[in-house]
Write a protein that binds this ligand. Structure first.
Ligand SMILES: Cc1cc2nc3c(=O)[nH]c(=O)nc-3n(C[C@H](O)[C@H](O)[C@H](O)COP(=O)(O)O)c2cc1C
Length: 186
């Protein structure tokens, strides 16, 4: 576990790690990471998710390959990850479905993103690297993991001990470009 002195330090040090050592992740740490996901807030507390932990090496390699891009060398690093988490979006509570239809909002997509970041931040605190993956062959993963065809996979997250301790400088838009006080045009 890394003792970050405050939240902003943890948030700054969480990064998408795309190279991992051979070391497997201890079961209690995997459970703690998923517990952080379970604790995430969601619209109307619907908790519209199922997290599938894929840690069986043979199966994990197949799921990893389903995240590759055929066009570019994208997501090839996922085979190095000892664990993949597949986040399935479940139907939210009826009240959230009605609210989402009225307000034209995909609340479960927002919810799954929050849970994903809980997972990645908890991993970072434990010294475990992670990367969210939005590019994958959903049909393939559904068939590999017995996920019903009518379900949506929101994200896949790779987990593993990072090959390097080096932290990249964060590339982010300037504070004033993304934060406004009291008016959009301020
Ligand atoms: C919804 C979402 C989808 C992403 N999909 C991928 C992906 O398929 N492959 C990948 O290598 N990184 C993916 N990323 C990671 C982003 O590229 C990364 O978060 C961003 O460049 C910022 O870098 P940082 O996470 O190191 O701070 C994804 C991130 C998010 C939030």
């Amino acid at each position: 576990m890394i003792n970050y002195s405050n939240f902003i330090e943890l948030a700054t040090n969480r990064q998408s790690d795309r190279a991992y050592t051979d070391k497997s992740i201890e079961k209690d740490k995997i459970k703690q990471i998923l517990e952080a996901g379970r604790l995430a807030p969601s619209a109307s507390n619907s908790q519209p998710w199922t997290f599938i932990v894929v840690d069986d090496k043979e199966l994990k390699d197949k799921v990893a390959k389903a995240t590759f891009s055929k066009l570019v060398s994208f997501n090839k690093f996922t085979v190095l990850a000892p664990v993949l988490i597949v986040m399935v979006i479940e139907k939210p509570r009826v009240i959230t479905q009605i609210g989402g239809a009225i307000k034209n909002k995909e609340y479960p997509l927002i919810d799954i993103g929050i849970a994903a970041e809980h997972i990645c931040l908890q991993a970072a605190e434990l010294g475990i690297g992670s990367c969210m993956l939005g590019w994958f062959d959903a049909k393939k993963i559904k068939s590999l993991l017995d996920i019903p065809k009518n379900k949506t996979i929101g994200l896949v997250i790779s987990l593993g001990y990072p090959k390097s301790d080096k932290k990249r400088t964060k590339i982010r838009k300037a504070f004033d470009e993304v934060v406004k006080f009291n008016s959009y045009i301020s």
